[in-house]
Design a protein around this ligand. Structure first.
Ligand SMILES: C[S@@+](CC[C@H](N)C(=O)[O-])C[C@H]1O[C@@H](n2cnc3c(N)ncnc32)[C@H](O)[C@@H]1O
Length: 199
């Protein structure tokens, strides 16, 4: 029996062109590119079509990309093949994560929230590794969407508080116009964090 999240996301990646297109990497990473070492091992969690993981793979990074949606992983793998790159993919339910300790030089978490992952990242990041995390913060908009589940949204300041003992390089909570909100002439609240695990 497929995971319920996989059913929802497989459907989006199969039937909605907006989810299938090749997207640019997330700007939170590209604007902090100078912080990155030349290469290393990166995790792209809930990678979707892995736009930001692909960006690192193009630069010679080793990338492990995880997602619950097999359809997203197939789309991502086809782009990887087109560009003759290498990315390791695995289908995984990140609501119940297990990751090895002290593994990653970079962790990417864009637009997905599973609270058990927060403590998992703390352990699986190498000392000195960089976390790039961006997703929605709870606001009044969620009441009016089909996904009003508070588990899927950060509380205000939650992300910063969770990593307060790391070196916080960038943190902001700001408004973002997304595709869904654009149609309704609205913006959404997001949090954006770049933090380094202490050496
Ligand atoms: C909004 S997309 C973000 C994709 C990508 N991180 C990006 O930057 O575009 C959310 C992703 O979370 C994945 N996802 C949803 N539930 C999941 C779960 N339980 N475990 C792993 N991935 C999940 C979806 O399949 C989808 O690819």
């Amino acid at each position: 029996m497929p995971h319920p999240d996989a059913l929802v996301w497989d459907d989006r990646y199969s039937n909605d062109l907006r989810w299938r297109e090749v997207r640019p990497p997330r700007s939170l990473l590209t604007t902090h590119q100078s912080l990155l070492p030349r290469n290393g091992l990166a995790l792209d969690a809930a990678c979707g079509t892995t736009p930001t993981g692909l960006h690192l793979a193009r630069q010679g990074w080793q990338v492990i990309a995880l997602d619950v949606s097999n359809t997203a992983l197939r789309l991502a793998q086809s782009q990887v093949q087109k560009e003759a790159l290498t990315v390791s993919f695995a289908q995984m339910d990140l609501a119940n994560p297990w990751l090895p300790t002290n593994q990653f030089d970079v962790i990417l978490n864009f637009y997905y929230l599973s609270r058990p992952l927060l403590s998992t990242y703390r352990q699986s990041m190498k000392r000195g590794g960089l976390l790039f995390f961006e997703t929605f913060v709870r606001d009044e908009f969620i009441q009016s969407t089909t996904d009003g589940n508070p588990e899927h949204y950060l509380e205000p300041h939650e992300l910063k508080n969770e990593f307060e003992d790391w070196h916080i390089i960038h943190y902001e909570e700001t408004q973002r116009i997304s595709r869904a909100t654009e149609r309704r002439n609205r913006s959404r609240r997001i949090a954006r964090l770049v933090a380094r695990k202490p050496e």
